[in-house]
Design a protein around this ligand. Structure first.
Ligand code: ITT
Length: 196
């Protein structure tokens, strides 16, 4: 394996927990401080690159960043790269609250009466060090439920039902989620690239 340890360039506890299990041959180190990085309306790849490069330049340790989002067909692929701050965007109404619960409420409200509930989670993982970058992508298809169910996972998991599943992502165990998730697929591809 090319890296024994990587600094994990994220502020998301949910991502750290999942990635630590998924990339277990590699030790993920938490940064001594979380950097405040302004993500633009760019692609997942650009955002991941921006995050990994910022952490590498600050701490001089090879950095692993992740950018991900939920793309809903009936909403033209929104919230996509805006997933974490969806409730703050003026898109079909202004929310006074921020955070995960407000994001979920807004999405369910926008989906009221929509027949097509198909959606997908996308994840880009990117490693940046002095030699440049290396990245992998994963996608998990499913649909948006009408009510939230389950308490595991994070983010939109309670309203996302993976294809072929009766349960939402938030009702799966961590192992079950990692086996099929966008992050699991991207992590296994990244490990393949690193060991190839
Ligand atoms: P960092 O930028 O610090 O990594 P973040 O949470 O802001 O943390 P993103 O900009 O990549 O990360 O936003 C991704 C959002 O997409 C995340 O906040 C969730 O709302 C959603 N998301 C991504 N993966 C998810 C998953 O496995 N389950 C549920 N929601 C997910």
């Amino acid at each position: 394996m090319r890296y024994r340890e990587l600094m994990i360039a994220t502020s998301s506890e949910g991502k750290i927990i999942e990635l630590s299990a998924l990339l277990s041959p590699i030790r993920l180190i938490r940064p001594p401080k979380v950097l405040n990085i302004e993500e633009g309306p760019c692609s997942y790849l650009e955002n991941a690159y921006l995050k990994a490069r910022s952490y590498f330049e600050e701490f001089k340790i090879p950095a692993l960043a992740e950018d991900s989002g939920l793309e809903v067909s009936a909403l033209g692929g929104m919230p996509g790269v805006f997933s974490s701050r969806f409730s703050e965007l003026e898109f079909g109404g202004k929310e006074s609250e921020t955070g995960t619960a407000a994001n979920i409420r807004k999405l369910l409200r926008l989906m009221e009466g929509k027949e097509d509930r198909s959606a997908l989670f996308r994840c880009v993982l990117l490693i940046y060090d002095s030699e440049g970058g290396l990245w992998a992508q994963g996608v998990c298809r499913g649909e948006i439920t009408t009510i939230p169910r389950g308490a595991r996972g994070f983010g939109y998991d309670p309203i996302f039902k993976p294809l072929g599943e009766d349960r939402t992502m938030a009702e799966l165990t961590a192992e079950e989620k990692n086996a099929i998730s966008h992050r699991g697929i991207a992590a296994r591809r990244l490990l393949e690239l690193l060991s190839g």
